[in-house]
Design a protein. Structure first.
Length: 263
């Protein structure tokens, strides 16, 4: 007599979902009235970019945090559509927004990862929400916007998404435009890949590696590939804080001739 096959209830099976955070640069320097205006601008450009990409923002589990929006996207969301067309449309809409005369400039850091992100009492739990909160505040991403002063948007994606999606060969993903960076924020450590649309990877790399002078914009592509592993810590994301910690993996140190440097 055969033994019964054990199965988990469908609701108990963890589901991978895209997690995204968009954070405004230098928001705290603005007065209250201007902060209110740029918050509305942020929501509008995210709405517009999603609509142009064919994404339903009403289905996003959104967690507004003043100068930042964190969101967990529906399971069926195509990852390539977010990393390709959505990022493109967001950059274009930001450019149009910032072309207005006498209006506050909005510059964004955008972080994207994928993983288990179940609902929790104060938002979402799991490694992906934690990682996104750390990536969006990575010193390297802030340095890129400080150096590339003409840029409106700096994007950082997890190594998991870069390897699985960006390097898949689908049109519009441009893997050669990304620069590797090892991010260490609080107890989190992991590899991310940074892209600034309209800027050379060499210029982005110079900022990541510690450049401090403003650099010109260009569209010359570079070539960058590497096989990496990622180290994340497991806990509950509450705003930008984390509770708990469990090592899920250790970072693979890059070789001496690799395209980036561990930090």
């Amino acid at each position: 007599m055969s033994e019964p096959i054990f199965s988990l209830p469908p609701d108990s099976i963890p589901r991978r979902r895209l997690c995204l955070a968009a954070d405004m640069e230098q928001y705290s320097l603005l007065d209250t009235r201007t902060q209110s205006a740029v918050q509305a601008d942020l929501v509008r450009v995210l709405d517009e970019a999603a609509t142009l990409t064919g994404l339903d923002r009403e289905a996003w589990a959104r967690q507004p945090q003043g100068d930042m929006e964190f969101a967990v996207l529906p399971e069926a969301t195509p990852e390539a559509a977010v990393l390709g067309p959505f990022v493109h449309h967001l950059a274009v809409r930001l450019g149009a927004l910032n072309a207005r005369s006498a209006a506050p400039r909005v510059r964004l850091r955008l972080a994207v990862d994928t993983g288990v992100a179940p609902d929790a009492a104060l938002g979402h739990a799991g490694p992906a929400p934690v990682a996104v909160a750390r990536y969006v505040n990575a010193p390297q991403v802030k340095a890129v916007l400080a150096v590339l002063t003409s840029a409106d948007l700096a994007v950082i994606v997890s190594d998991r998404l870069y390897q699985d999606v960006v390097r898949s060969g689908q049109p519009g993903l441009e893997p050669a435009q990304y620069v590797r960076a090892h991010v260490q924020v609080k107890e989190f450590g992991g590899y991310g890949w940074i892209r600034v649309l309209g800027h050379e990877p060499d210029d982005v790399r110079a900022a990541v590696d510690g450049g401090h002078e403003p650099l010109p914009s260009s569209n010359v592509p570079g070539v960058e590939r590497a096989n990496l592993s990622q180290h994340v810590r497991h806990g509950v994301a509450v705003g930008r804080d984390v509770r708990g910690g469990l090592n899920l993996g250790l970072p693979m140190m890059p070789t001496a001739d690799g395209p980036g440097h561990a930090r």
